[in-house]
Design a protein around this ligand. Structure first.
Ligand code: HDE
Length: 702
């Protein structure tokens, strides 16, 4: 046997030891066997409660290597949080291709109908720290990693299809402005402060995005009920290197839904992890959330004739003009085993694209392609961050990169370069490898914004005018709320001056809400806002509701003596729809229903306010209604559900509770539904499918 191939004996011993100890087997033990605690070096530990010291009351010893290792590791548990999108939550799943898109793209993921590709998704807020609350008014990140057979493809998108700025060089400024102000260190996860609105009011290109973040899109009911957008224009390239432009949109199967601002504020107190818990609960219960990936495909001719520059990330292409075509579905069916290992360490990068998908010259996308690699080194601490399982490709990969901190894999053999004469290692492949679209570019080297990027108001106006009346009202209320937190009057006025260019009624409503005495002159517009863009119903959340209560939650407030038959009917009817039913009672121990059977409660009344539910039912006995009416949290339960336009089902004995909460049984209000008669539960469900009774809000207007 040639000396080179002989395996030293120590290697065999080494392998056996490794097989026993590592590689995921560390935590597997025979039943009933209690593992011995060890140090990270594998040494068994005798005492994990007391440091080594001289005498019972003497000083501790540096010699205590177990103590030192334990504390050393603890001290280094944190890695830097993401500078943006720090708070996030992820899940595993898969992407399933509907049909071959070979005509448009050579990307392997789109070649075969039915092909399943593993995926990891991380949803996030942008401005808040890792520990901030979920219902901040903010953009939501919607980052998808697809582990394709040609390497990882990351679609690092948001739930809003446009962005604040047109050039990546402005990103630190917009982010600094929204983060806590540097001298005082607050506010956390909030845009309602001077610095943000100062920057925005000095940045007309942000106006379209501002309409979106002031809309209910910025306070989604759940990650499961929001759209995702790749934002930028990308290219599809087929095997002849022919190019079409493409925009990516994720459409949730459960339809769109948001909460109202007063509700968001209260959810943040009642359950700061509202969105996390929602995703965890849904996936753990087997209700796997699903999105369709749609593409807006268009060619150069369309790009040349479209009203706006397709490279401008502050503009969208209305779905009524270029229809989004579904090309596959994304299903999230597994939560991470470990939040840190997966959700915290996952590294998304816009530059991760497989052959057949290419970038456009969108200056924001171009800048992002620099930023995401850099940020991973800072956060994960080593160029070997792709060795972390969540970031590693799931296809074979071969390269000559080596060494560095925490290298888990190094090239085997002699050759760590190419070309080499040893016949070892991989070689490039002009056929299979990534090729850029040979876009012919020329021009002087300049720092210049294209003229075609200059219209900052027309699509903001189109967005606003595409909203339903309640949605327009919410935008005006959000602007009024945020600007009322701005202490500098000149900033408030400057914003109203921009709003005039978007919509006069909106500007006047906000000005009135702010108590502005005089309406300012409109802001200077580089290009006069257009009045001829057709409204786009696809931009409204309410217009795109699901007409279903599936995936939603009914909260049932019960007391002793609650109508057992009605409770059973509600449970059966709503669960059949795909909804969840949760019980709220005076104690978490539950109640005894009218049939004498115990009913367990999920929440005590002050821990289960109605803001946590999409609709509520009041199933209380007369005595129960009397007792609950004395409790402020029970009264809030009812008043909030009413104020947030929720459907409220009530058994007859609950009427005094409604009245005590200040709610008169008004014939006009079809959201207050008496639960009587044989079809009560079914009728209530039909009403709840509308999700909210916005007419109640209309009527409440002064
Ligand atoms: Fe990001 N962004 N971004 N961004 N972004 C990051 O990368 C950046 C932008 C988005 O769940 C960072 O890994 C620049 C637009 C998401 O891990 C960083 C610019 C859109 C996530 C970064 C933008 C996004 C990030 C911070 C201006 C929507 C979270 C941590 C040109 C299309 C991904 C990290 C996750 C994260 C830079 C603008 C989406 C610093 C320079 C536009 C969803 O690299």
């Amino acid at each position: 046997m040639p000396a080179r191939s002989r395996k030293p004996e120590t290697a065999a011993i080494h392998d056996q030891t490794l097989a026993r100890g590592h590689g995921g087997e560390l935590h597997q033990f025979a039943e009933g066997e209690t593992p011995v605690l060890t140090t990270a070096q594998g040494g068994p530990v005798a005492d994990d409660q007391n440091t080594l010291r001289y005498g019972a009351r003497g000083p501790s010893l540096i010699e205590d290597f177990h103590f030192r290792e334990k504390i050393f590791h603890f001290d280094h548990e944190r890695i830097p949080e993401r500078v943006v999108h720090a708070r996030g939550y992820g899940a595993h799943g898969y992407f399933e291709t509907y049909e071959s898109l070979a005509k448009y793209t050579r990307a392997d993921i789109f070649q075969r109908a039915g092909e399943k590709t593993p995926a990891f998704v991380r949803f996030s807020t942008v401005a808040g720290s890792k520990g901030s609350f979920d219902l901040a008014r903010d953009v939501r990140g919607f980052a998808v990693k697809l582990y394709t057979k040609e390497g990882n493809w990351d679609i690092v998108g948001n739930n809003i299809p446009v962005f604040f700025i047109q050039d990546a060089i402005r990103f630190p400024d917009v982010i600094h402005s929204v983060k806590p102000e540097p001298d005082r260190g607050f506010p956390q996860a909030a845009s309602a402060h001077d610095n943000f609105w100062d920057f925005i009011s000095l940045t007309p290109e942000s106006m379209h995005m501002v309409m979106w973040v002031m809309s209910d899109r910025a306070i989604p009911r759940s990650f499961r009920f929001m759209e995702g957008f790749g934002v930028h224009t990308f290219r599809f390239l087929n095997d002849k290197d022919e190019s079409n432009f493409v925009k990516f949109i994720w459409k949730p199967k459960l339809g769109l839904q948001s909460v109202v601002w007063n509700e968001a504020v209260k959810i943040n107190g009642a359950d700061p992890d509202f969105h996390r818990r929602d995703l965890w609960d849904a996936v753990k219960a087997g209700n796997f959330p699903e999105w369709e990936l749609c593409v807006q495909l268009f060619d150069q001719d369309f790009a040349d004739s479209f009203d706006f520059d397709i490279l401008d990330p502050t503009k969208l292409i209305p779905e009524e003009i270029v229809e989004p075509v579904p090309v596959g579905r994304l299903v999230l069916d597994r939560m991470p085993d470990n939040f840190f290992a997966e959700t915290e360490q996952v590294a998304f990068m816009t530059q991760n694209v497989p052959p057949g998908i290419d970038f456009s010259n969108d200056p924001l996308l171009q800048g992002r392609n620099f930023s995401y690699l850099d940020t991973q080194l800072k956060r994960l601490g080593s160029p070997n961050f792709t060795h972390i399982p969540i970031n590693a490709p799931k296809c074979p990969f071969h390269h000559f990169q080596q060494d560095g901190h925490m290298a888990m894999r190094n090239p085997v053999g002699r050759a760590n370069y190419q070309p080499n004469s040893w016949g070892e290692g991989p070689r490039e492949s002009p056929e299979r490898g990534f090729r850029s679209f040979p876009d012919a570019v020329e021009g002087p080297k300049v720092r210049l914004r294209a003229e075609s990027f200059a219209d900052h108001y027309s699509q903001a106006r189109q967005f606003y005018r595409s909203q339903t009346v309640p949605e327009q009202r919410h935008i005006a209320m959000a602007l009024t709320f945020e600007l009322s937190k701005v202490e500098t009057p000149a900033i408030r006025e400057r914003m109203v001056a921009h709003l005039i260019n978007i919509d006069d009624v909106l500007a006047r409503t906000v000005a009135e809400g702010l108590g502005l005495r005089d309406i300012p002159e409109p802001a200077d517009a580089a290009v006069a806002p257009r009045d001829d863009l057709a409204p786009s119903p696809a931009l409204s959340i309410i217009e795109n509701g699901p007409e279903s209560f599936a995936g939603r939650k009914l909260g049932v407030l019960v007391s002793d003596g609650a109508d057992a038959g009605l409770l059973a009917a509600l449970r059966a009817t709503f669960e059949e729809e795909g909804a969840t039913v949760e019980i709220i009672a005076q104690t978490v121990g539950g109640v005894e229903a009218s049939d004498g059977r115990p009913v367990e409660a999920k929440h005590r009344i002050d821990g289960g306010p109605s803001v946590l539910f999409d609709a509520v039912a009041l199933l209380v006995s007369q005595e129960g209604a009397r007792m609950l009416a004395k409790e402020p949290p029970a009264r809030d339960f009812v008043t909030d559900a009413f104020a947030h336009c929720k459907f409220i089902g009530y058994a007859a004995p609950a009427v005094p509770l409604l009245e005590k909460a200040g709610i008169a049984l008004d014939e006009e209000d079809e959201g207050l539904i008496a639960l009587d008669g044989g079809e009560a539960a079914a009728d209530f469900l039909v009403a709840c499918r509308k999700l909210r009774l916005w007419a109640r809000e209309d009527r409440a207007q002064p």
